[in-house]
Design a protein around this ligand. Sequence first.
Ligand SMILES: Cc1cc2nc3c(=O)[nH]c(=O)nc-3n(C[C@H](O)[C@H](O)[C@H](O)COP(=O)(O)OP(=O)(O)OC[C@H]3O[C@@H](n4cnc5c(N)ncnc54)[C@H](O)[C@@H]3O)c2cc1C
Length: 429
Amino acid sequence: MRAIVVGTGAGGTTVARELATRGFKVVILEAGKEFKPFRRLLSLAAPLRKTGILGNEKIISRIFPSMNTIRSNDLVLLRGMTIGGSTTLSCGNIARAEHGLKKIGLDLTPEFEELEKNINIKDFPRKRWRPITNKMFEVAEGLGLKPKSTYKAIDPDKCVSCGLCELGCATGAKWDFRRFLDDAIREGALLYTSSPVKKVITENGKIKGVIVKRGFKSKTLKADVVVLAAGGIGTAQILRASGLPVEDNLWVDIVLTLGGVLRGAEQLKEPPMLWYTEDDGYILSPYIDILSHWFHKPWRNVSLKDRVGIMVKLADTEDGTVFAHGKVEKTIKDEDRLRLDKALESARKIMESAGVSGPYIKGMYNGGHLGGTVPLKAEDLDSMKPSWLPNGLWVADLSLAPRSQGMPTMLLAAALALRVSKKIVNCKL
Ligand SMILES: Cc1cc2nc3c(=O)[nH]c(=O)nc-3n(C[C@H](O)[C@H](O)[C@H](O)COP(=O)(O)OP(=O)(O)OC[C@H]3O[C@@H](n4cnc5c(N)ncnc54)[C@H](O)[C@@H]3O)c2cc1C
């Protein structure tokens, strides 16, 4: 059976690996190119940062095409457009995010367990945490916030503590889903990069194939099964462009970092987010926000070595809209702002008690967990697909997750994709 898998992120690589192993003839279409960590220009750009000459976050996609940015009102949305998708930009955090699944009767425990066996998950050794990170952990404990070490897909022996996980790991210490892609290719799957899928083609309620752009030409590729795993925005774009319905239910897990100052803290000399606390649909976690450091005016006067940050990651209201040609409409709701303010107050308290001084300033509002545009409902679980999807067309990425998480989402995207793969295989039998 011929299968086309669109996208090579957490969802796409999981499906491609599974189908290739089960005897499908798999073709994988990826819009981006090979992934290369971003390092070389970093030192060259340092003197330019203070002048503001670097402009705004739009420049990122130009100098580092693997990181795609989309501005929607006061939010910057981030996604990986490359082999490995957003997982290449991840902080290596691993968690079972399950918010909203129980409500529809979906238990992904077997998939989480199966995936975790493939990922080398560890705590990052406490003795390599920066003193300020340790201090803030102790303060959070003292405040009764119950901080926990974050599980990491980072090999401490290979990690050089550069703190730049989101720009790609230069030493191979960080595990990402390109490993699943390698497995799929070993099983015979074919990968085409620089191949954005524009539409799916259906006939009499059945999938026929996709239209893909290769260079300046559009080509039709035929298949018996098409799996869309282009992420919460990419999958929605393809469906909309194909005249199929998508829900205005995009969520992004809003990220906002509060920055303070401590001379010589050097917080960047460790992987980001080594511990976290949870409350009211958000987490707090130590974090140096590189994007704010480079592109957010108020952050200009403090050097990287003196900057200390705590990130808020908030499960936001699911109400964003994706349009066919890439525009996204997503705002921060008043109720989300209220919860963000509460979380920032808690972050400020931790930093203050740990000896970090002001001025405390907010970073850029951003979001990189893009999901919810094809949300699963209780009645979809038998087939793991909404009933309006034509026969042979599947979605297998974070688009399926109905609710925002405020937690790491890579494992969730992969677990959903793994469950979908099992259904596809069953349909073939
Ligand atoms: C900066 C950053 C840090 C993160 N850190 C963490 C973390 O530490 N832990 C964690 O669990 N999660 C993290 N996440 C979130 C996590 O990476 C994503 O939630 C997860 O990868 C989503 O999987 P997906 O398959 O839905 O989409 P993606 O992984 O984004 O994959 C989508 C793929 O589709 C491709 N694509 C898009 N459009 C098309 C098209 N038209 N045709 C062909 N291909 C297309 C893209 O290039 C990409 O390869 C982070 C995200 C970001 C942006």
